[in-house]
Design a binder for this molecule. Structure first.
Ligand SMILES: NC(=O)c1ccc[n+]([C@@H]2O[C@H](COP(=O)([O-])OP(=O)(O)OC[C@H]3O[C@@H](n4cnc5c(N)ncnc54)[C@H](O)[C@@H]3O)[C@@H](O)[C@H]2O)c1
Length: 564
């Protein structure tokens, strides 16, 4: 799936900004609506909502149609009652920024704004928008006034100020807080507000609840807001839709009524019969569940970093070690960490917990308590730097220098068979190699634009590009993602297999060396190469290095001895 699908053009729009355009990843330009268009847009959505309500459907507004929100919105819109009749009408509300406005017209045309390996994403969006007509998108947040339920799927970031030091970072809740203020100003009093965004523990009760209460007081509403929390566990990839709909959920509410409402809502829209729902007493418990489960994952991945280095230096193939361990059912979810643990969630979620402990919950001894989670995130964030060392060493063994070498990086995204480049290990690899003077070429079958490189001034957020931790990054603006592997490989001196995308699993050494035009350095970051392929690369005069795979040296020696 390709998500980094937005492109900045002109000024960020606010209501009434007519200067901006928003361009889809395919290059289609959409003008951001002017102030005069808001009223007509509201009337359109109001008409649809009224009609839906007459037909007995509940009106649900989903705030933020990004990666998670758009698929969740489609799942809600696909809900039927016992008789098979659609029971929800969904309005996806997206702010009309230059980065994201294009998602609205694209969605309303029946197409998915996220590209996915899972065919069900396109199907469910086309079905709900075009056939069932239970899903529309709008930029006008006045639609909140029509809602029986609002689902919040906007981002909540964790901004890091230093490379490899999570502790100096901070939660960035600006989008979430702004959204909640708007929600408080506009929703009907009995509307259920469900936060799905991954938030710092305490956010729902100690930040959002007061915002809503204040807004209700200003509006002279006497009843308490109905506020609930239920985090997403979505896994973009081949099971994208199922990882939301057919997956175990956890939820909680700020008061008994909110808890009852959220439970009912989730039982209606998700497959809670086969994937039971866990209802917790308080939002801080469900918020903490999300943070702990992702910190646990980040920690077990980081832990393998030291064994990866051990393996490289002692002739051990960690891939085979992990396979052997996974035979034990109790250890079956152990996975090799690759060149870093990117994605939107694992690099930030532990940080949200660490930050909340001090800044929301008021404790001063965070550094005494939190040892493993910050270290794990720091290790994961910097693991990619070692890949640059391996590339340098492999070229050196061939009598070449990394400076001035053309290096092809295969895979820009953070995991296999998805197109999400957020905080990918590959970015760290590319930045370090660029600093060392390499010329980088990129190939990825799932990524259209690598915005973290192309638009360094705004990705992931203005002033927060990883480029600020490295020298010599300017040239990366020109990086384009190739789609033809053979063409991308032409003339390069090193190939880094950074992500195990399916097409890379079948690359034959003879084919690749023919395409590059001669022996190359091959760097395997993810246990992609079989022993037979490693052997063949050596036979072809290549040099092979691999993260966590010390046995490569043994294969090299055997090939060398055979030659003599
Ligand atoms: N992507 C994942 O794999 C994943 C997995 C589990 C949980 N999550 C969590 O889900 C949440 C959303 O993540 P995402 O990947 O969908 O992020 P995203 O950046 O793709 O989507 C957020 C969307 O919200 C929009 N938005 C921001 N402010 C808004 C406002 N005031 N009104 C309307 N729209 C607004 C943004 O423009 C954007 O389109 C995060 O908390 C994330 O941690 C994500």
């Amino acid at each position: 799936m390709t998500k980094r699908t937005t492109r900045k053009t002109g000024a960020t729009s606010a209501k009434g900004d007519t200067t901006g355009w928003s361009v889809s990843p395919e290059g289609k330009r959409f003008q951001i609506p002017a102030a005069g268009e808001y009223a007509a847009e509201y009337r359109r959505v109001e008409r649809l909502a009224k009609k839906a309500r007459k037909e007995g459907r509940e009106v649900v507004v989903v705030m933020g149609v990004g990666f998670v929100g758009v698929v969740m919105a489609a799942i809600i819109a696909d809900t039927t009652d016992k008789k098979g009749k659609p029971s929800k009408f969904v309005i996806g509300c997206q702010r009309p920024s230059t980065r994201s406005y294009w998602k609205i017209p694209v969605l309303n045309g029946g197409a998915s704004p996220v590209k996915a390996e899972d065919p069900e994403v396109d199907e469910i969006i086309t079905r709900t928008v075009k056939e069932k007509k239970t899903f529309t998108a709008t930029y006008n947040s006045d639609c909140l006034g029509l809602a029986d339920c609002v689902v919040i799927d906007v981002q909540c970031d964790y901004l890091k100020h230093d490379l490899g030091n999570m502790r100096t970072g901070e939660a960035d809740m600006a989008a979430l807080e702004a959204t909640m203020r708007t929600v408080g100003e506009k929703i009907p009093p009995k509307c259920l507000v469900l936060i799905e965004t991954t938030v710092a523990p305490g956010t729902t009760e100690f930040i959002v609840w007061p915002i809503l209460k204040r807004a209700f007081a200003e509006r002279k509403i006497r009843t308490a807001p109905l506020l609930a929390h239920s985090f997403e566990r979505v896994m973009p990839g081949r099971e994208y839709v199922r990882s939301i709909r057919d997956f175990w959920r956890v939820c909680s509410g700020c008061n008994p009524e909110a808890r009852k409402r959220v439970e009912k809502f989730l039982r209606e829209v998700l497959n809670t019969r086969d994937f039971p729902l866990t209802v917790m007493d308080r939002p801080i418990e469900s918020e903490t569940t999300k943070i702990v489960e992702n910190s646990y994952r980040a920690s077990i991945l980081a832990f393998l970093n030291e064994w990866s280095l051990f393996a490289e230096r002692n002739g051990v193939d960690l891939i085979k070690v992990i396979e052997a361990i996974r035979m034990r059912p109790t250890h079956s979810n152990m996975i090799f960490p690759g060149p870093g643990i990117g994605g939107y969630c694992l690099p930030k979620d532990g940080g949200l917990g660490y930050w909340a402990y001090k800044h929301i919950l008021g404790f001063e001894d965070g550094d005494r308590i939190f040892k493993i989670t910050p270290t794990a995130i720091d290790i994961n964030d910097t693991r990619g730097l070692h890949v640059a060392e391996l590339t340098r060493d492999a070229l050196r063994n061939m009598g070449r220098y990394i400076a001035g070498a053309e290096v092809l990086v295969c895979g820009a995204s953070y995991r296999q068979d998805v197109g999400d480049t957020r905080y990918s290990g590959s970015e760290m690899v590319v930045r370090k190699l660029t600093e060392m003077g390499a010329d980088i070429k990129v190939h990825d079958p799932y990524v259209e634009h690598w915005y973290e490189l192309e638009s360094q001034e705004t990705y992931p957020a203005p002033g927060h590009s990883w480029s600020r931790f490295f020298r010599n990054q300017e040239g990366l603006r020109g990086a384009r993602v190739g789609k033809d592997l053979g063409a991308a490989a032409k003339g390069v001196e090193a190939v880094i297999l950074a992500v195990p995308h399916e097409p890379y699993l079948d690359i034959e050494p003879d084919w690749l060396v023919k395409k590059t035009g001669g022996p190359i350095a091959v760097i395997d970051c993810f246990g992609i190469l079989s022993d037979a392929k490693i052997r063949r690369y050596f036979e072809l005069g290549c040099e092979v290095k691999a993260l966590g795979r010390g046995h490569v040296q043994r294969i090299k020696k055997e090939v060398g001895e055979k030659r003599r």
